[in-house]
Design a protein around this ligand. Structure first.
Ligand code: FES
Length: 164
């Protein structure tokens, strides 16, 4: 599919210590990425359980990006390595389920790599545009979904902090 009107909805789970700071810096640098991208701050990518990924896809995300610290730089030692394994396993499950694995991607960046983050986000948006909408998106009267709509545009919010 190559529908120019299609604006992918992408959830970007960003680690508080690196990617989230990088997203902040990207904003300060006025680096652009599409409005369909929602940044969600997490304490560490290692805290993202399988259900978070699945819920994102089930409830409307066309793509999910996981952005964690550089390997060797995770504040919880190996959280990003666990996340990498989990993401790879979920990509396989998605592919076997008929959902393109390219809809889920992980990247490792530092807080200073704002340009890289913006580039990765834009690459992902282009990839998802080519793939088209998430085939398992639940619809709400054929329009949109509650989970997605509950995320305010352009506003970051935190999850999991209470469990840290
Ligand atoms: Fe950043 Fe673990 S603290 S990925």
């Amino acid at each position: 599919m190559n529908d120019k009107a299609f604006e992918p909805k992408i959830i970007a789970f960003c680690c508080h210590y690196c990617a989230y700071a990088s997203a902040d810096l990207a904003g300060s640098m006025r680096l652009q990425y599409p409005s369909g991208v929602r940044i969600i701050r997490t304490p560490c990518t290692g805290r993202l359980e399988v259900e978070y990924y699945m819920r994102a896809f089930e409830n409307g995300a066309d793509g999910v990006l996981v952005a964690g610290c550089l390997e060797g730089g995770c504040h919880f030692i190996e959280g990003n390595l666990f996340a990498k394994k989990r993401v790879n396993a979920i990509r396989d499950i998605l592919q076997e389920s008929g959902i393109e694995k390219e809809r889920l991607r992980m990247v490792n960046i530092s807080a200073a790599m704002a340009t890289t983050l913006a580039t990765v986000i834009n690459e992902m948006v282009n990839t998802i545009k080519e793939l088209g909408p998430n085939p398992i998106r639940k619809t709400n009267n054929g329009t949109d979904v509650e989970f997605w709509e509950s995320i305010p545009p352009g506003k970051e919010f935190e999850i999991l902090n209470s469990q840290q």
